[in-house]
Design a protein around this ligand. Sequence first.
Ligand SMILES: NC(=O)c1ccc[n+]([C@@H]2O[C@H](COP(=O)([O-])OP(=O)(O)OC[C@H]3O[C@@H](n4cnc5c(N)ncnc54)[C@H](OP(=O)(O)O)[C@@H]3O)[C@@H](O)[C@H]2O)c1
Length: 332
Amino acid sequence: MGENRLRVGILGTGLMAVEMAEAIRTMEHIEVCAAASRSREGADAFAGKFPHCRVYETYEALLCDPEVDLVYVASPHSHHALHAGMCIDAGKPVLVEKSFTANAAQARALLEKARQAGVFLAEAIWPRYMPMAETIRETVWSGVIGKVNAISANLGYPVTDKPRILDPERAGGALLDVGIYPLTFVSLIAGDEITGICAQAKKADTGVDLEDQIAMTIQSGGREICCNIYASVNGPSDRTGIVYGTDGYLIVGNVNNFEWMEIYDRDHRLVKRVPRPEQTQTGYVYQFEACRHALAAGLKECPQMPHHEILTMMEILDQIRRKMGVTYPFEA
Ligand SMILES: NC(=O)c1ccc[n+]([C@@H]2O[C@H](COP(=O)([O-])OP(=O)(O)OC[C@H]3O[C@@H](n4cnc5c(N)ncnc54)[C@H](OP(=O)(O)O)[C@@H]3O)[C@@H](O)[C@H]2O)c1
């Protein structure tokens, strides 16, 4: 890999693979050079959309392509550990879609595998890489709304028509698909020192969670912060994140893809509205830029989402699933 260019190979050719390849088209220093499907039909369909790409009908073939600098794993949650593990075995740096794995045990094993092999490994939890993430965190901790008392965040989309979402074999459900975003918003601000979790879910006939209600307390900055999270695959939500302080509150538009931030004082007067920085590309691209920089610097992880935070988030997801009574068949 030249320092200024990153050639990405995509593993899996589903919805996200296509969306990400479209996003990368707009990037100056990054290109999708190859993609792999488990089938000839999948490979052909991808080639039809991205004719400049080499396509393979096995994942193994992609991993033998010497021109692939980074593999982006876009398979279902249930298979992230297997597929990212294959990349590591082949010595390929890898960026894995969220949720990193299906559970913390898989995450721990995968991180250890990467550590032992000395191979770069990162999670594509895209808001963590957006410049606005740091702006929000700095604003909250600048004290402009006083000391933080509470955080609420929600994310919902009507996506039960996607077969993956209702399928426990593919680690479907609201938590791993959408709940991870409001949880990421909370952890971005309050950290991960959780002192209590309550969670319950409305479930599908298949046993996966459709709508999640999560209440957590987090020890942060010398005080306990009360956090409330709602996630749904049954319908849309307003996607808002709110941080309540002793002197005011801060509202963030769209915890999935930060759009703006408003600061209010204790009398509910708008003090400031901060739009997200000018963005000519989609928010997806920052995670690839982060990988490009990390690889050029010889790092094995992205500073925006370090390995220990990846594992902690998977442990939190496990705890929440235990409270909700959701397990996947392959965990039995
Ligand atoms: N960042 C975001 O905003 C965002 C949005 C949506 C989804 N995602 C994440 O992206 C990942 C993929 O989601 P998606 O919506 O793209 O899923 P999808 O449309 O079902 O595609 C997943 C692809 O994975 C491959 N695959 C490998 N093993 C599979 C198996 N056992 N069963 C089914 N497919 C298998 C298939 O590609 P081939 O047949 O070509 O091998 C399939 O098309 C998930 O981790 C999801 O959470 C992220």
